[in-house]
Design a protein around this ligand. Structure first.
Ligand code: NAP
Length: 283
């Protein structure tokens, strides 16, 4: 069987070209450049890298990013005040609060303080609830990016058995809801799941979202399954995902490579949703 490689890197590049045109149209119409505000609290180097990558992606499509940096000792009230200021700033179209924030901060309260129309990262409870009910809202970027990739490659979803391994607020749970909305029959597995191999073995679509390198074994996967791997763990040879992918082409009907599958679609979705927010604000 020759498996389809779900090439997120190529798709993200293609989408960026379209986004550049849309950004220019907003600038022509309003005289204002769309802006994503990013908030980084503390000095975690990995978080700083992610924020920098998001700023670079904004610039590639002609948008601006405002970088808000706050010290590690920031309180919940101080962060809430900053989010409120950005909510009230008409020049800002999207707000990204980089996760994780230092432990003294009530992260959920801060995520939920982001105005729905500026929640382009899809992190608020309100946005999650609306997405779950199939109402308009920006989806959490990684699962939304995965859905975009599956749709782009015309992967059939309706009626399929989907197994999502992982149930985090930003990835596993919204992923499961999005697949349910697309008429999959969905199973969510987590650290207390028994017989993970049996669940994975039933899946027509398997999504690895666990954060443990190659936890999901190739031999568990059903012949012809669609394999989506959200994980990334750097190695000397590049990196591995949450699923054992070496030789997966012989088993899967389609799969996301690591790197170059899900990762590029995540930032791309953030930028796309910010452009949508700016288009809505432009009227
Ligand atoms: P997370 O918050 O740590 O959640 C991990 C989930 O996996 C939890 O629900 C946990 O179960 C479950 N889990 C852990 N060990 C397990 C096991 N042995 N068997 C079954 N389930 C297990 O991680 P996350 O933020 O969702 O991220 C998951 C993966 O996606 C990571 O590899 C991360 O790097 C990647 N990721 C990629 C992007 C991207 O842009 N490409 C974005 C976000 C995340 P419990 O709930 O029971 O603890």
């Amino acid at each position: 069987m020759s498996a389809i490689k779900l090439d997120g890197k190529a798709l993200a590049k293609q989408i960026e070209q379209d986004l550049s045109t849309r950004v220019q149209a907003i600038i022509d119409k309003t005289g204002r450049t769309p802006i994503l505000a990013t908030i980084l609290v503390g000095d975690d180097p990995a978080s700083a890298t992610y924020v920098r990558m998001k700023g670079n992606a904004c610039r590639r499509v002609g948008m601006e990013s405002i970088k808000v940096e706050m010290p590690s000792a920031t309180t919940t009230d101080e962060l809430l005040a900053k989010i409120e200021e950005l909510n009230n700033n008409p020049d800002v179209h999207g707000i990204l609060l980089q996760h994780p924030v230092p432990s003294q901060i009530d992260e959920r309260a801060c995520f939920d303080a982001i105005a729905l129309e500026k929640d382009v990262d899809g992190v608020t409870c309100l946005g999650f609830g609306r997405m779950s009910m199939d109402e308009p809202a920006y989806g959490s970027c990684t699962p939304q990016g995965i859905m975009h990739l599956l749709n782009h490659y015309d992967i059939e979803l309706a009626g399929k058995d989907a197994v999502v391994v992982g149930r985090s607020a930003i990835l596993g749970k919204p992923m499961a809801q999005m697949l349910l909305n697309a008429n999959c029959t969905v199973t969510i597995c987590h650290s207390k799941t028994q017989n993970l191999a049996v669940h994975v073995g039933r899946a027509d679509i398997v999504v690895g979202a666990v954060g443990v390198a190659e936890l999901i074994k190739k031999e568990w996967i059903k012949q012809g399954a669609v394999v989506v791997d959200a994980g990334f763990h750097p190695t000397d040879d590049g990196g591995v995902g949450d699923i054992e992918l070496a030789g997966i082409e012989e088993i899967a009907s389609a799969y996301t490579p690591v790197p170059g599958g899900v990762g590029p679609m995540t930032i791309n979705t953030l930028i796309r949703q910010t452009v949508e927010a700016a288009e809505k604000a432009a009227g």
